[in-house]
Design a protein around this ligand. Structure first.
Ligand code: ZN
Length: 609
């Protein structure tokens, strides 16, 4: 390609492109027929060599041509080719969601979501609806009732109406017993301060009127001594302990529900965080031809032995199901103030967060360590994280480790630095990740670039968490919170994930418009604050789409396979009724109204509105 033609391709608006290339293409009419052509689109390819186009031609699983409509139709329309006129609709590479909890998203979609429920009628209706979705005998769990009531208003802008005058809503098993004869129920209040069990669940747990309160817990009773079904503290364990592992059938139902949400949101690759049992469900659905999104799996850090014994290494699998990393955890999360910070939480002066299992000595579980002294942590029980990361090195599988608080991030950067240096890997193509990189100390940003790290971040947390971030960690630490611009400037490769299904206070959807909106506006869904929260950390819509398509594919070593709309790559596309680039620049709120018209995975239309 000459320099002139590169410049032409780069700078000519899409409408001119077809005309400019029409004559050259006409001579080779249909020599290279496609199965499917999308024409007359506004196609944003995320490929810097040809950012905009009008048409894309697909054969089998792959893209075979991208360019002007005339050019592509002339070159690739054969007798059997289906041509879909997009009438100007916007096309991007299929979205690659780098952070999804498939199992809990499935449980929420097929189970019961009570976040916005705080009165008896809706409570009973939601649980009744769940019995119709779930096979008989399945447990109905979680729910998290009362969250929006507590928050007054949810991040999604759905209004709560505040706590009613007679105090917060506390349900009774009588409310749901008749509706749930075949489904044991153990649902939680949003803060997990209490759970409601139905009579079937109580019976399965052997709890009767004679059962005494266990140490550290209580079984609520009314004035007549009747058990109401409300369990608190350790009493919840009595029921929790009899819940069997999720049946395979129920897993399938859950995965199918998440795949549906992905199709409807233009998501074609999901980087999952579920444990190994779920892999059986993916393999089953793949054989059945039902896997409509590519699932990138990550064993957990403790599984290094089986992985090594089986001789598995990075990329094991295929385009639909493969190992792209292993996951580990340094600290807790912001939602329950267990992320680890140098200084205590502003709203909880005795608390600096907690370490997770890989950071603790053998046999110690989730304890909060108070042995930290301000800015150093040399007295920490060193735990096993570093040993494990070291043991994974020969597999070539990249580390994907969760770090949220500023101290959590410091600890991880220190460990990464030591292990990468010990193996002379700092400047190698390792693509190790910090998952979340949620609150980073000013001094630590440059280390993301120095160590060549990927930051797997969740932009929607900005829209959700900003409601209480400053109250919990103050304004100064908030400068390093979700600081996407600082991470990028420091040289981190930024990749986006939804963190679906969200927190116990808000639902996070797979649909990427929420993350795009959050990244470019840094506002809540209701548009607050007007100027954006720490607005200098906003990204452009081009950067945000890159972090949701090209970059996450690269982070999985898939840059030659997908992430941009380029001939030779897998035909994974999303078609929207809204020009996302224009919306992102002119009116970010309109991103939230964008709807997916088509989702295409491997050349197959898996969703059509
Ligand atoms: Zn997560």
């Amino acid at each position: 390609m000459t320099l002139t033609s590169i410049l032409l391709r780069k700078y000519l608006p899409p409408v001119c492109l077809g005309l400019a290339l029409f004559h050259a293409a006409a001579a080779v009419a249909a020599a290279d027929p496609a199965d499917l052509i999308f024409s007359n689109g506004t196609i944003y390819t995320v490929d810097p060599d040809l950012p905009w186009a009008q048409a894309v031609a697909i054969r089998d699983e792959h893209i075979i041509g991208v360019g002007g409509s005339e050019e592509i139709v002339t070159a690739h329309r054969g007798a059997e080719t289906r041509v879909i006129d997009l009438h100007g609709a916007f096309v991007s590479p299929g979205f690659n969601d780098a952070h999804v909890h498939m199992d809990s998203t499935g449980m929420l979609l097929t189970g019961v979501n009570l976040l916005d429920v705080h009165e008896p009628v809706a409570f009973a209706e939601r649980i009744s609806a769940a019995t119709r979705r779930l096979p008989q005998g399945s447990w109905i769990v979680r729910g998290d009732w009362g969250a929006y009531e507590q928050w007054g208003v949810s991040s999604s802008g759905q209004q709560g109406d505040g706590a009613p005058a007679d105090g917060p809503f506390t349900p009774d098993r009588q409310l749901i017993d008749a509706l749930t004869p075949d489904h044991p129920v153990l649902v939680s209040r949003f803060d997990r301060s209490m759970f409601l069990a139905n009579s079937l669940a109580l019976a399965l747990a052997g709890i009767s009127a004679d059962t005494p309160d266990p140490v550290g817990g209580s079984i609520d009773r009314d004035e007549s001594g009747r058990i109401t079904g409300i369990l608190r503290g350790s009493a919840v364990d009595l029921v929790q302990n009899v819940i069997p592992p999720m049946p395979f059938e129920q897993r399938l139902v859950g995965v199918r529900a998440v795949l549906k949400e992905a199709r409807e949101g233009g998501v074609t690759t999901i980087q999952d965080l579920t444990d190994a049992e779920q892999l059986l469900a993916y393999q089953y659905l793949k054989r059945a031809g039902e896997l409509t999104a590519r699932i990138m799996v990550r064993p957990n850090i403790f599984q290094v032995e089986p992985v090594t014994q089986l001789g598995l290494s990075r990329g094991f699998g295929d385009d639909y199901l493969k190992i792209v990393g292993y996951k580990g955890w340094v600290d807790g999360i912001m939602g329950n103030s267990s992320a680890m910070f140098f200084k205590p939480y502003a709203h909880d002066p005795a608390n600096r967060g907690a370490l997770r299992r890989p950071m603790l000595p053998e046999g110690v579980e989730g304890a909060a360590f108070s042995m930290l002294e301000d800015d150093h942590y040399s007295e920490f029980p060193p735990g096993r994280m570093e040993e494990y990361i070291d043991a994974w090195v020969p597999t070539g599988v990249p580390a994907h480790i969760h770090a949220i608080g500023d101290l959590g991030n410091r600890i991880l950067l220190d460990i990464y630095s030591r292990v990468l240096k010990a193996h002379n890997m700092v400047d190698s193509d390792h693509r190790w990740r910090v998952i979340h990189a949620q609150v980073v100390a000013a001094a630590d940003f440059p280390r993301f670039g120095e160590l060549n790290l990927v930051a797997e971040v969740n932009p929607y947390h900005v829209s959700d968490d900003m409601r209480w971030m400053e109250e919990r960690i103050g304004a100064q630490r908030s400068e390093g919170a979700y600081a996407f611009r600082k991470l990028k400037d420091a040289g981190a490769i930024l990749i986006f994930g939804s963190d679906s299904p969200g927190t116990n206070a808000a639902r996070y959807y797979l649909n990427p418009v929420y993350g795009l909106y959050a990244a470019v506006s840094r506002q809540t869904l209701s548009g607050k604050p007007t100027a954006g929260w720490f607005p200098d950390q906003r990204l452009t819509i081009e950067e945000a789409i890159d972090a949701y398509t090209r970059a996450p594919a690269w982070a999985c070593f898939d840059e030659a396979r997908k992430g941009t709309l380029t001939p030779g790559k897998l035909a994974d596309l999303a078609v929207f009724d809204t020009n996302l680039i224009e919306a992102g620049h002119k009116d970010p709120a309109s991103l939230l109204e964008a709807e997916v018209l088509y989702t295409i995975v491997g050349g197959e239309i898996v969703y059509q509105r």
